[in-house]
Ligand binder design. Sequence first.
Ligand SMILES: [Zn+2]
Length: 212
Amino acid sequence: MERAFWSTPYLANLDAEVLAIDGREVVISPTIFFAESGGQESDRGTIGGIEVEQARIVDDRIVYRLAAEPDFSVGDQVAVAIDWPRRYALMRLHFAAEIVLELFYKKFPAMEKVGAHIGQSKARIDFAFQGNISRHFPEIERDVAQLVAADLPIESRFTDAARLRRCWSIAGFAQVPCGGTHLRSTAEVGRIRLKRNNIGAHKERVEIYLMD
Ligand SMILES: [Zn+2]
C-alpha cells in the first residue's frame, strides 16, 4: 500500500483502491489517512462515505476499522476524506514539538526524552530533568519564533524506503528520523506558547499550544 500522506501531506481527499476487506476492517491504497505512530494521533474521516473508527498499523499495512459494514468490494475505487482542520492542527503541533525538542537537545545534549504525544489541541514532550524546566521557556520560545519568522523550508524524504524509514531536515538546523506528516515551512507553525507540568520526580512535561 502506498502512503500518500507522506508524498502529499496536504491532500484531504483522494480516491483509493480497496485492497482487502475483513468484516468492518479494510485496507486501501493509496492512503492519505494517517494511522497513529510516533506519538501523532490518527486522522479522522471517512472511507467510501463510512466513518473510520480506528486506524492501526499491522506489519507493513494500515488497517482501517469502519463504523459500519462496507457497501463496497475489493477492487472498487472509494473516496477517502480526512478531517483537514484536525490534520493541519496535528501537523503544526507535531512540527512545533519537533523544533522544541531539537532546541532542548541543542541546549542540553545529554537530555533524555521519556515520552511525547501530539493531539489536536496540544502537544507534549516529557523529559527526565532535574529542576524547573520552565526557566528555559523564554529562550526556547524566542528561538522557535526566530525559526518561524525565518520561514525555513522543511524537507521530508525516505532514508530507507524498503523499511519505510523517513526523516525531515532543515538545512543548517537539524535532520531527524520521523514517520509523521510534516509541514513545508517553519512559518506554518505560527506562534506557540509553552506550559510546564510537573509529572513526578525528576520528570518535566512541556506542553505546546498554538496561539493562532
Ligand atoms: Zn515528525
